[in-house]
Design a protein around this ligand. Structure first.
Ligand code: PGA
Length: 254
């Protein structure tokens, strides 16, 4: 099965507007058009509208969250239609930092996924286990439960539009990466579960990204795994050289 690669950056709460736009300009100048890889930059909401004009077919922008309601009295929140109107095509949802610090649960994340899909945006749905679960060797069951409780409630048509990011929490921002064998094991399990819950053809189409201390030093190994379709990159997406190198590695790893 041949799936193209995605390198998605997640800036989290980093970069002022000027810093963000400078980064995007460098990105665009350095790699004008990608052959086979899609590069996505997940940036703070307020950067989206300004970044849009600098992007091209190979590059897209993503928001990092979204409110599940269409509109209304939700002070300080941002809706899917607002994100879409600002030029983003993707929304990162269910990131472990949202789950941990903002108490987002599987139910709420499912609502957000549906809101995003209903505005023709692509959700990048994050899942992944904490360290104690990995040490208990119950990580596969844990991640399957996250999927069952949320995106496995989607229809066949809806699930095909979702990108999944497997991000073991113990690897996020810690410098401790899952080995390529650990990543491949989980990605394969996720794909098997997708085949069980939907169809084999759907499971083979869905992109599953790895996230967690992915850098130019380990990306070639990770991206060459059969079921790893690229990465969701935090720390290394903040540095233009690293991010560009990750894109080059993805292009070379097809
Ligand atoms: P990291 O973050 O690459 O800094 O580990 C990944 C993420 O949180 O998406």
């Amino acid at each position: 099965m041949h799936r193209s690669k995605i390198v998605a950056g997640n800036w989290k709460m980093n970069k002022t507007l000027n810093e963000g736009i400078d980064f995007i300009k460098i990105l665009k100048e350095s790699i004008p058009e990608l052959r086979i890889t899609k590069a996505i930059v997940g940036m703070p909401f307020i950067h989206l509208a300004s970044a849009g004009p600098y992007l091209n077919g190979s590059f897209s922008i993503a928001a990092q969250n979204c409110h599940h309601e269409a509109q209304g009295a939700y002070t300080g929140e941002i809706s899917a239609s607002m994100i879409q109107s600002a030029g983003a095509e993707y929304v990162i949802l269910g990131h472990s930092e949202r789950r941990q610090y903002f108490k987002e649960d599987d139910d709420l994340i499912l609502k957000k996924v549906k809101a995003v899909l209903s505005h023709s945006l692509t959700p990048i749905f994050c899942c992944g286990e904490p360290l104690d679960i990995r040490e208990d060797d119950t990580h596969i069951q844990y991640v399957n439960k996250q999927l069952e409780n949320s995106i496995f409630h989607l229809s066949n048509e809806e699930i095909q539009k979702v990108i999944i990011a497997y991000e073991p929490i113990w690897a996020i921002g810690t410098g401790k990466t899952a080995s390529s064998a650990q990543a491949q094991e989980m990605h394969k399990e996720i794909r098997l579960s997708l085949a069980d819950n939907f169809t084999l053809a759907i499971a083979n189409e869905i992109k599953i990204l790895y996230g967690g201390s992915c850098t130019p030093a380990n990306a070639a190994d990770l991206f060459s795994q059969k079921d790893v379709d690229g990465g969701l990159i935090g720390g290394a997406s903040l540095k233009t050289n690293d991010f560009l190198e990750l894109i080059r590695i993805a292009e070379a790893s097809i």
